[in-house]
Design a protein around this ligand. Structure first.
Ligand code: SF4
Length: 420
């Protein structure tokens, strides 16, 4: 059962990811159109895809919000009015905006539309939150740079809904307010083109010795001095719900189906667990068991931090040793349905005898072995490469669901890690 008050808001980089997120229990999704959205490389939706996305969401009792969160220049406004009218006409449920000029335009030409303030506006205090509320914003995504006590105080002071990021990549600057990418690569983070140079490996150069680079090393792989660990507030959900947060947002429109779908599944399970515990014992804020975090660790990351929850982050919240932590599992298949029959869209090489894991809804993982594989015309196959669609016979038989995911232990080292 979904929380009656607190929404789980998932990224949807494309239509496939949107359907997977809703399958695993997202109450709402956010996505970008081809125009006026940050994350320009996130596979944004064209007009036809936007219509389909809205229909799928509404048919499945989910809401859809569209990001229009660039910092606009004068020239952008020529096309913006038509785009905003189009979004209203196809009945999206809200717009995510950061530029006051776009908010002003939206209020004027589509006054009934819900306007959500993007995290790019960096709201860090209740006075700012009140200011935006007075501008007609119905929901505010607070800056990631806030502690639990600050979030609670803002909640007390404003009526607008409060949304916070609970999971995903972090910037080393105030969210998105960063010129590193523009300076080093010519790609502007504030127009959705960040090349993520904060994840690069850096060297030191002495002024009088041009071209002579000194390694900045923690170990032989160097050091990634700007590389923040990823945000993960799974263990803080009970407190965040108690503080009255209205929406929990997962970052990652550019991430793959496995990461985004896997996270929605775990956060859904955690919210359901908390709600059930509160129904059983309304006076006690429940704690979450280790099983939620251990599932998250199977998804691959840069390591995790709770960021500003209890105070400013420090050394331990950075990942200096490399761009990311080794990933144990890899996505192997996405489950589809054609003419009422389940098939598998293969994403990683599979063959008969392989042992895999089906990620059912909730936290239930079901291990199985492939007995045989057939292509869509029924021919038996010895091995299947990524990109194919196949039918499977498995042991045991499993009650598959469309848009479910199947994973596989990755490389040899990872297999040993899992055995240990
Ligand atoms: S370079 Fe890194 S810190 Fe800067 S905007 Fe891009 S992701 Fe954020």
């Amino acid at each position: 059962m979904k929380h009656p008050h607190c929404e789980l808001l998932a990224p949807a980089g494309n239509l496939e990811k949107l359907k997977i997120a809703i399958h695993y229990g997202a109450d709402a999704v956010y996505l970008g159109g081809k125009q006026f959205s940050l994350r320009a490389h996130a596979g944004n939706f064209n007009e036809d895809e936007l219509r389909k996305a809205v229909s799928f969401c509404h048919d499945n009792q989910a809401r859809l919000f569209v990001t229009v969160n660039i910092f606009a220049h004068n020239r952008d406004f020529d096309k913006l009015a038509g785009y905003l009218r189009f979004l209203a006409e196809i009945e999206v449920d809200g717009l995510i905006i950061s530029d006051p000029g776009i908010i002003r335009l939206a209020k004027k030409i589509i006054p009934a539309m819900s306007l959500h303030l993007s995290t790019q506006a960096n709201v860090t205090n209740w006075n700012s939150a009140l200011f935006w509320q007075e501008q007609g914003v119905s929901r505010i995504n607070l800056a990631r740079e806030l502690g639990l006590d600050e979030i609670s105080l803002i909640r007390e002071k404003i009526k607008a809904k409060i949304e916070i990021f609970v999971h995903g990549a972090l910037c080393i600057s105030y969210s998105g307010r960063c010129l590193l990418s523009l300076y080093l690569t010519g790609r502007d983070a504030n127009r959705g083109l960040c090349a993520h140079p904060c994840r690069y490996s850096y060297r030191l150069e002495e002024r009088k010795r041009p071209g002579q680079y000194f390694p900045v090393e923690e170990d032989r792989r160097g050091t990634y001095i700007f590389n923040s660990k990823d945000l993960c507030l799974i263990n803080r959900l009970p407190e965040l719900l108690a503080a009255g947060v209205d929406s929990l947002k997962i970052e990652g429109r550019m991430k793959g189906i496995y990461y985004a779908g896997g996270l929605v599944r775990i956060y859904r399970a955690a919210l359901d667990y908390i709600n059930q515990s509160l129904r059983d014992n309304p006076d006690q804020v429940p704690g979450l068991g280790p099983e939620f975090m251990s599932e998250i660790m199977k998804l691959g990351s840069r390591g995790y931090t709770e960021n500003f929850m209890d105070g400013p982050p420090g050394r331990d919240d950075m990942l200096y040793e490399g761009p990311r932590v080794d990933q144990v599992y890899v996505p192997a298949m996405l489950i589809g349905k054609k003419d009422g029959r389940i098939f598998f869209a293969v994403r990683h090489k599979i063959e008969p005898g392989d042992q895999l894991q089906y990620m059912a809804q909730g936290l239930a993982n079901q291990d199985f072995t492939i007995r045989s594989i057939r292509d869509m015309s029924g021919r038996e196959l010895d091995q299947v490469q990524p990109g194919s669609q196949v039918f499977l016979d498995t042991d045991p038989l499993i009650n598959w669901e469309e848009y479910g995911l199947v994973r596989k232990i990755g490389n040899r080292l990872s297999r040993e890690a899992v055995r240990e």
